[in-house]
Design a protein around this ligand. Structure first.
Ligand SMILES: Cc1cc2nc3c(=O)[nH]c(=O)nc-3n(C[C@H](O)[C@H](O)[C@H](O)COP(=O)(O)O)c2cc1C
Length: 159
């Protein structure tokens, strides 16, 4: 017997995370992306991170085809961007401030930081695929993070 998916989702919701927008591109170079909190650092030497992408995501094939992704760490006032990138079928980049990174995936101008990655491995992970990226470049600046806890967006208390 295993845990049912509703209970699993509820328990997992008690693990607080940051919120990222993971971007990639299609073969024509058009930007794609999704909201993700299944992101973790993996190795410093070599520099590796991993993300988990739903095989049913519309942008899933773009990761496979382009072989690149960028992880953008959202700022506390970017909840609207997170909601937009978690919604299927909308024009996610309309009116957004972003620019193309050196490897073709979008960098959100107001994110706290970002990591540009080249995909080096992928592993089966149930209904998701675990994608390991070698970090080619990264930058971080000021700002406070957007958090996700118990199915709700949260912010750090002001000190
Ligand atoms: C806070 C939050 C975290 C999420 N984390 C992930 C994730 O790590 N991996 C994933 O595949 N989808 C995740 N999702 C769901 C996707 O953002 C959503 O299904 C998105 O629309 C999929 O991309 P698509 O529009 O290309 O289908 C998350 C959604 C939210 C709101």
């Amino acid at each position: 017997m295993t845990i049912d998916s509703q209970k699993l989702r509820w328990v997992l919701g008690h693990f607080a995370t940051g919120v990222t927008i993971i971007t990639t591109k299609d073969i024509a170079g058009a930007p794609f992306g999704l909201t993700a909190n299944a992101f973790t650092s993996l190795s410093l030497n070599p520099p590796l991170v991993l993300i988990c992408v739903d095989k049913a995501a519309q942008c899933y094939s773009c990761f496979v085809e382009s072989n690149v992704f960028t992880v953008n760490f959202l700022r506390e006032d970017q909840e609207g961007i997170s909601r937009r990138f978690a919604t299927k079928g909308v024009d996610k980049f309309a009116g957004l401030n972003w620019h193309e990174g050196a490897y073709g995936a979008a960098i959100l101008d107001d994110a706290i930081g970002y990591l540009e990655c080249k995909i080096v491995q992928s592993y089966e992970g149930g209904d998701h695929t675990i994608i390991v990226g070698e970090v080619l470049n990264g930058l971080a600046g000021g700002g406070r993070p957007l958090l996700f806890f118990k199915g709700k967006y949260q912010r750090l208390p002001s000190m």
